[in-house]
Design a protein around this ligand. Structure first.
Ligand SMILES: NC(=O)c1ccc[n+]([C@@H]2O[C@H](COP(=O)([O-])OP(=O)(O)OC[C@H]3O[C@@H](n4cnc5c(N)ncnc54)[C@H](OP(=O)(O)O)[C@@H]3O)[C@@H](O)[C@H]2O)c1
Length: 238
């Protein structure tokens, strides 16, 4: 991988694993960073409907670094269902972020499973209007302190993100999907965005955002490249 530009570091050129971790170090806490991948024509998923089919070795490397630096991976229930996400594995240092699944309907995807020693914790983020039976089920599977109820009729994302940062750690990594990312951006909750473009076209209208939002300006922090994959990091201007 090579660094094409960086706001903080003029040493462009080859980047090894340690430098990659430095480039993606969380700049402040609490801090919400999103990470998404898209094809060059801007699709967030391949022909099979999942993003797993459009990523590359370089994108996977940054995806892993971001997870290894995060305390909590926040993800919408739709993505967990589509991608079959489970609890997150420990890295070589023994660190595993908590996975926080956001579901307004309170339905905890089956793939999240029960606690496992070699994997991180799991949290359900939902709201008070979720059916009582589902909340009971989630509390039974995850433990009462691993169900965050924020908001009455809809999930109050600012309240939920604050609760996650206080209870499970301040470095939040928002991995989408498009619906959750759009809502979090609209609520002014995203501090920084990591986005990779992989060198293919699929002609599939499935943007990284699920709906129109008020324009948001971004300031570039860095741009990396490997085998045609471009990997950028931008700060959200307030
Ligand atoms: N390219 C990428 O980097 C990337 C990343 C992630 C996902 N994806 C792709 O995106 C697709 C899924 O898209 P999606 O927009 O459906 O994903 P999503 O945001 O993960 O899932 C939507 C579901 O998550 C819950 N949710 C999201 N935002 C919520 C909010 N503000 N309040 C309450 N609940 C909320 C709801 O679940 P309930 O229905 O249970 O209430 C909603 O139906 C898949 O194809 C996946 O592969 C791509």
């Amino acid at each position: 991988m090579r660094l094409l530009m960086s706001e903080d570091d003029q040493r462009t050129g080859p980047v090894g694993p340690d430098r990659l971790r430095e480039l993606y170090a969380w700049p402040a806490e609490p801090w919400v960073r999103s990470n998404m991948v898209a094809t060059v024509d801007g699709s967030a998923s391949g022909h099979d409907g999942v993003s797993g089919s459009i990523n590359t070795t370089a994108d996977n490397a940054v995806f892993d670094v971001l997870r290894s630096l995060a305390d909590v991976v926040v993800v919408g229930a739709g993505t967990v269902r589509a991608e079959g996400y489970g609890r997150l594995e420990r890295d070589d240092s023994g660190h595993a972020p908590t996975i926080a699944v956001v579901s307004g309907s309170g339905s905890l995807p089956r793939s999240i499973g029960s606690p496992e020693e070699d994997r991180g914790e799991a949290v359900l983020v939902t709201c008070a209007s979720a059916p009582a039976g589902r909340l009971r089920h989630a509390r039974g599977r995850l433990g009462a302190d691993h169900v965050v109820v924020a908001g009455d009729d809809v999930v109050d994302l600012p309240l939920a993100f604050t609760a996650l940062a206080e209870r499970f750690g301040p470095a939040l990594l928002l991995e989408g999907g498009p619906t959750l990312l759009t809502d979090a951006l609209a609520a002014g909750l995203v501090d920084e965005m990591a986005l990779s473009w992989t060198p293919r076209l699929v002609g599939r209208a499935h943007s990284i955002l699920a709906a129109e939002i008020e324009e948001i300006a971004l300031a570039p922090r860095h741009l990396l490249e490997e085998d045609g994959t471009l990997l950028g990091l931008w700060t959200v201007r307030r």
